[in-house]
Design a binder for this molecule. Sequence first.
Ligand SMILES: O=P(O)(O)OC[C@H]1O[C@H](O[C@H]2O[C@H](CO)[C@@H](O)[C@H](O)[C@H]2O)[C@H](O)[C@@H](O)[C@@H]1O
Length: 386
Amino acid sequence: MDIKSAHSSPVMTDSPPLSNSRLTIRQSRLPYSSAAAAATALSQNNNLLLTVPRKKTGILDDVKSNGWLDAMKSSSPPPALVNKDKLSSDATDMTYRDWMLKYPSALTSFEKIMSFAKGKRIALFLDYDGTLSPIVEEPDCAYMSSAMRSAVQNVAKYFPTAIISGRSRDKVYEFVRLSELYYAGSHGMDIMSPAGEFLNHEHSRTVSVNEKGKDVNLFQPASEFLPMIDKVLCSLVEGTKDIKGVKVEDNKFCISVHYRNVEEKNWALVAQCVNDVIRTYPKLRLTHGRKVLEIRPVIDWDKGKAVTFVLESLGLSNCEDVLPIYVGDDKTDEDAFKVLRDGPNHGYGVLVSAVPKDSNAFYSLRDPSEVMEFLKSLVTWKRSMG
Ligand SMILES: O=P(O)(O)OC[C@H]1O[C@H](O[C@H]2O[C@H](CO)[C@@H](O)[C@H](O)[C@H]2O)[C@H](O)[C@@H](O)[C@@H]1O
């Protein structure tokens, strides 16, 4: 087994399967809704499979008729719209300002948010790409600045903080490198407690000790899909190897097929290849991210479920004196925004976007630099409360 260095995940990456590992059986502090769902997911995965109809048609027909190409084209705003200095016209600016009437800035609305937070315990959930680090061409180079790392570290001193990412947990840990946080990789399908803390769930398991000699706890509701994901990963790498610019990223319980660096005329080829591979795997489904096709198990689990799970694990679920805040930029973050908007754990979703788009969030921030300002404001506010 491979214990990574101090600058990578404290968890052994080739951890034993659930049945061989030490189970941490803990008493629930609260009635569990998502925990019960999670237990069901572990024991009866088949019953939680979503039904995704797939039909076989001709070459490229599939990807055209099922709307993949349209989704691929609209999946990430063109740089000209994202760059503030290049905002082409007053009209674009006005459209953004109009949009902000519906999704006000979390910075200008900070006092309002904090008046609601008074007397409440804040729990913070942060997406990684596009939220803590700017979107860049090369996924492996999406580093967060040290200023952002300090901001996250400071905020985590006052509020329980979790990183919820589509990336593998190990990868996102390598970028963030703060052992005091919760991490949920693979879109929430790989949850890790901070060192020395435990996930309050009977199916969580202790897999290793970190570099300071403290145990960490894992919860992985899709572990039975690993062999299938590995096979699909190989097929996708093989199938796309001749398409220039494609990058297939192993996110452990999910796979990302990046086409950001593929010429647009070849996007249909990427889509067709992904379609050809996954159509023989009815237990996998596809979602669209920012210039990326993401393949994941068809289980009823997403970033929203992960947020509920972490809140329950912290004993902060269904409490009137808790205010969860989730900051994210991607379509997959909408599941979490929805949970905070409509679920029993009322809180605020904050959408990071430089262009208007529909969202289940309440507030907005323009880019990661505004996210950093927001985190610093939370710390200042908490310190001012004494
Ligand atoms: O949930 P997140 O933490 O936001 O992760 C979502 C995906 O982010 C990464 O891809 C995106 O960011 C890259 C770096 O800026 C960019 O090059 C790519 O085009 C974006 O799609 C990551 O590589 C994926 O695995 C995540 O699923």
